[in-house]
Unconditional design. Sequence first.
Length: 320
Amino acid sequence: MAQILHARATTTARIRKEIQESKKSIRELAKEYNINFKTVLKWKHRDSVNDNSCHNKKVRTVLSDLEQQVICVFRKSTNLPLDDCYIALKETIPNLSRSNLHRCLKRNNLSVLPTEITVTRPKQKFKTYEIGYFHIDITEINLGRNNKFYLFVAIDRTSKFAIAKLYKKQTIENSNHFLSEVIRLCPYKIHTILTDNGAQFTYKLLDKNCRPKAKFHPFDLLCRKNFIRHKLTKFRHPWTNGQVERFNSTVKEATVKKYHYDDFEQIEKHLQEFLLAYNFAKKLKSINYKTPMEFLSGKYEEIPKVFLVKPCHYAGGLDN
């Protein structure tokens, strides 16, 4: 069987064995095999002919043994991905970084979670924009017993700042009212809005006989009034607006898919509580593990001219 040697090895297993068994002097063996006398001395005092590992015998890490145990127990009990583990444990373990967390999990054979084989469409990154590019969409909320509502959602492509509101009907008037609320609540200037081709946002896909006499859709007029560019997704390409589509699922998973609501007021109240938690407490990987409001506070220091009000004014203080 062939022997695997490291790139700079000057001896083989056979030569090492002969050195160990020979009664000649170190100098004579070095001359005979044309190697350094230190190499002869090394193999003379070893019991094995195999190369030793070059790795450190002692693991060097800033994490204590207790902290490593906490990480392993947390990973086993939650089965959360690496980034979610990092976000959850960062405040508890101050010295934790994403890299030493990964190394700790790898040492303990916990770096790879069991996964199901699925075929997914490859993800495409959004083009980079400055804050003020909002995705807007409508999704249906069904509470049963003919209780059907419509959730209007807006999320900033860059800061992930989100605004949502429930309506009992998906009308043009409600879409305009929601856009007015987005403009009022957003602490910075909105320069672009992306929507689908629904009649609540545009007349583009309506038959010419069904279109009103007005030249512009009321939603477009409101955008023009506020110097906002209104863009439309490509027809039958919902993934163009995938940012807000994914957020719709996040909202539903945190509300109607988990809790029961008796009426419109209950779900509306819980929705606003969720949005507060999301905007002020949810750390997101896409914005370097910051909350949307933390990200906006940093942006305010960089480009204050695009802000209408300082973001920290939205946070509750001692007077509240």
